[in-house]
Write a protein that binds this ligand. Structure first.
Ligand code: TXA
Ligand code: MG
Length: 348
């Protein structure tokens, strides 16, 4: 298949959007930018189109898709009775990086919800995404536009690495602004539960709706408790080289990483280090990359997936990373990094 590339780095182009909308309305696949990561879009109300997404990604069919809308009214046709928290949260955070899990209406095929009676809904805050959703019929299922198991794409080049020749179109809107997938909150219980942490933190949600819980399956402490979002149980974002997170006092972390990279160097191999702007000069004997600045946590989120992809190309033998418990997004950043590391942590 020939994958068409539409360049919208300078802004929305209506001719391209209408071509993309036509592809979506006839059951095809279009990758597009959102503020979180690039999505792989298909008509969410067309079971055949959703099935095509699973095939293109190599994604297990029990892992449900998020339905993207562009106008609040659209929620009514795809959901059952709405709990009061829905309105409070959509008023506060939509359009934006928040996904709500709600009871599904019949209009949404089980092919889209992975067989569940609930549906995840999000209204993205990206003009290209919003125009595309409207042009494509108003309901666009969109997982991250990566091959299953690879880091989510934060640029159109990342999408092309995984999807060129596999899907109908890629819309290039430049690098995304957040870099980690949306916060998912389940509103089907009395107390809202965070199924996946993201840019919108637990504290931000609690200011709007009162108590919010974290899904117990998110912590790795008890392997018998499975995450409630089916996708969170899969091994994700795993780089080719083993990845270890080194945690503890800043200076001791640097000492430990230097000790480990020196040992690697002594054995004739080259380690990779995930550092920050502040610590870039503190490491030797390794390929060192800065993920961003500790003073601007968004820069760390924005570069996390790109740095994992880059280390795959650099073919290092092992990767050591500092840990990034930043104020707002730290939970989300460490959730993704821990998954990439298979929860391998070295405490110093
Ligand atoms: O930021 C995002 O949310 C991006 C962009 C493209 O919008 N999309 C995204 O989709 O991250 P995906 O498919 O990569 O992740 C969707 C997650 C999975 O973990 C899935 O299991 C969960 O949402 N999910 C979807 N529907 C659900 C439901 N009804 N109940 C529980 N979890 C659900
Ligand atoms: Mg994904």
């Amino acid at each position: 298949m020939n994958t068409v590339l539409e360049d919208m780095r300078d802004g929305v182009r209506e001719d391209g959007i209408s071509r993309a909308g036509e592809i979506l309305r006839s059951g095809g696949l279009v990758a597009f930018p959102t503020e979180t990561v690039y999505g792989l879009g298909a008509n969410a109300l067309d079971a055949g189109a959703s099935a095509r997404i699973y095939r293109a990604k190599g994604r297990p069919s029990d892992n449900p898709l998020i339905v993207h809308i562009a106008e609040w009214d659209a929620i009514k046709a795809i959901t059952g009775d709405l709990p009061p928290q829905e309105k409070l949260l959509s008023d506060a955070f939509w359009p934006g990086p928040l996904t709500m899990v709600l009871k599904k209406a019949e209009a949404v095929p089980y092919a889209t919800t992975g067989g569940l009676d609930t549906v995840a809904v999000r209204m993205p805050d990206n003009v290209i995404a919003r125009s595309l959703i409207l042009a494509g019929g108003g309901y666009i299922a969109a997982p991250s536009a990566n091959t299953s198991g690879r880091p989510s794409p934060t640029t159109a080049q990342h999408v092309a690495e995984d999807m060129d020749g596999v899907i109908d179109m890629i819309i290039d809107g430049g690098p995304v602004s957040i870099g980690l997938e949306s916060t998912i909150v389940d509103l089907t219980e009395d107390i809202p539960v965070i199924l996946r942490p993201g840019y919108i933190s637990r504290e931000m949600l609690q200011q709007v709706v009162g108590p919010v819980e974290m899904d117990r399956g998110l912590s790795a402490d008890d392997p018998s408790v499975h995450p409630k979002a089916p996708g969170m149980k899969y091994r994700h974002y795993a780089p080719k080289a083993p990845l270890f997170i080194v945690e503890g006092d800043r200076e001791r972390v640097q000492e430990k990483i230097n000790e480990l990279t020196a040992a690697e160097y002594g054995a004739g191999k080259q380690a990779g280090v995930i550092a920050t702007d502040e610590s870039l000069g503190c490491y030797a004997h390794a390929l060192v990359r800065s993920i961003g600045s500790r003073d601007r946590e968004l820069t760390i989120a924005q570069h996390l997936y790109a740095i994992l992809r880059e280390f795959d190309l650099l073919e290092v033998s092992v990767i050591y990373s500092e840990s990034f418990e930043t104020p707002q997004m730290g939970t989300a950043i460490m959730n993704r990094l821990m998954k990439a590391a298979g929860h391998q942590v070295i405490f110093v």
